[in-house]
Design a protein around this ligand. Structure first.
Ligand code: HEC
Ligand code: HEC
Length: 317
């Protein structure tokens, strides 16, 4: 930045209360804006997201497991599928999922469109099939009218997937206190929270949890120092992570690094829901991902920093 610009920034800042208007140059980035989309498609997607007829026995909607008035997930270690049986892995939040480079813990699908195909037809989750879904939605006069108004070919599998994905792309949670800090309102964080962010960088959490979603942009092994799964006991197929997708030995127990946005409100943690509190999860990260034992103080500071990542806009109409 030139001296002139700097002087201008300082001058302009004389007008704003306790804040520098300059975005900070940090390795973590603020949440981007919601992309421009057809409002009618978003609205259709919102209705479909709350539609129990997407599950074979009309019991579960997406919102049953991804509760939008809470944290975009539920509070169970394992949610229950349409048949009342627990699913294989912990339900991640749908908030900001659109920003992840892949979907699912093992990253087996790339797009939100493909994600809804998998969950609707999964025999463990919604247990349905597209013929049934299209029949039920297509026979509903309100859906038929509203689909026809926004998609030339009306109710089709691709359009149901597109509408759901359009809605999900709006489920961003902006304005976390940390985002406001990144945008230049440096007074919004307490000194301890700022120290916590510093520790997060210094210990190397940021090597894996990074980018606009503070995670969600790479795969990493769970258990770099020691075998978390063996220590936990009762290994499952799902614990094999990306190995199930690639068949490559090097991908055993490799998972998508989860986003840490809203992490203070998304307990329990990990793909198996095995960490009940944020403190448990951070302890495991230190031990198994970093091979370090932090001071109590540093751990507390990092947890304080993590609580600044809770965004706004959850359960907007
Ligand atoms: C029975 C509970 C349940 C229902 C119903 C459900 N989900 Fe999920 N959802 C999950 C679980 C569990 C996962 C993680 C699965 C995995 O990683 O293999 C998941 C993952 C996702 C993801 C990926 C998030 C990420 O960060 O990887 C998205 C997006 C999503 N669901 C959207 C939906 C939509 C849209 C619907 C409705 C069509 C839906 N879900 C219905 C439990 C559910
Ligand atoms: C080497 C990469 C790596 C490092 C370093 C790392 N993490 Fe993680 N983190 C992961 C992976 C992978 C997972 C998902 C593990 C799983 O559930 O299978 C994860 C999960 C988490 C979770 C649980 C999130 C959720 O929604 O379930 C938290 C919280 C977390 N990490 C915080 C931290 C903190 C704090 C640090 C630094 C002390 C850190 N991580 C360092 C890779 C890493």
């Amino acid at each position: 930045m030139s001296l002139f610009h700097h002087a201008m920034a300082l001058l302009l800042c004389g007008l704003c209360v306790g804040a520098s208007a300059e975005p900070l140059d940090e390795p973590l980035k603020p949440l981007p804006a919601v992309p421009q989309q057809d409002a009618r498609r978003v609205e259709l997607g919102r209705r479909l997201f709350h539609e129990p007829r997407l599950s074979i026995n009309n019991t579960l909607s997406c919102a049953s497991c991804h509760q939008l008035d809470k944290n975009g997930a539920d509070s169970r270690a394992l949610s229950l599928g349409f048949d009342g049986k627990p699913v294989a892995v912990n339900t991640p939040t749908v908030f900001n999922a659109a920003l992840n480079f892949r979907q699912f813990w093992d990253g087996r699908v790339k797009t939100l469109e493909e994600q809804s195909n998998v969950v609707i037809t999964s025999p463990h989750e919604m247990g349905s099939d597209w013929r049934t879904v299209i029949e039920r939605i297509g026979n509903d006069p309100d859906y038929r009218r509203d689909f026809a108004a926004t998609y030339p070919d009306g109710v089709t599998q691709a359009n149901v997937q597109q509408a759901l994905a359009s809605f999900e792309r709006t489920l961003l949670t902006p304005n976390s206190r940390f985002d406001q800090y990144l945008l230049g309102n440096t007074d919004i964080l307490t000194l301890e929270e700022k120290y916590g962010y510093q520790r997060f960088k210094e210990y190397g959490c940021i090597a894996c949890h990074q980018g606009v979603n503070i995670g969600g942009n790479m795969f990493q092994k769970f258990g770099v120092f020691g075998d978390y799964i063996v220590d936990r006991g009762n290994p499952t197929v799902a614990d094999q992570g990306r190995f199930n997708v690639t068949g490559d030995e090097a991908d055993r127990a490799v998972f998508k690094v989860p986003s840490l946005r809203n992490v203070a409100i998304t307990a329990p943690y990990f793909h198996d829901g095995s960490a009940l509190t944020l403190e448990d999860a951070v302890d495991v990260m230190f031990r198994y991902q970093l091979g370090r034992l932090p001071s109590e103080e540093d751990k507390t500071l990092i947890i304080l920093f993590l609580t600044t990542l809770t965004g706004q806009g959850r359960d907007k109409p």
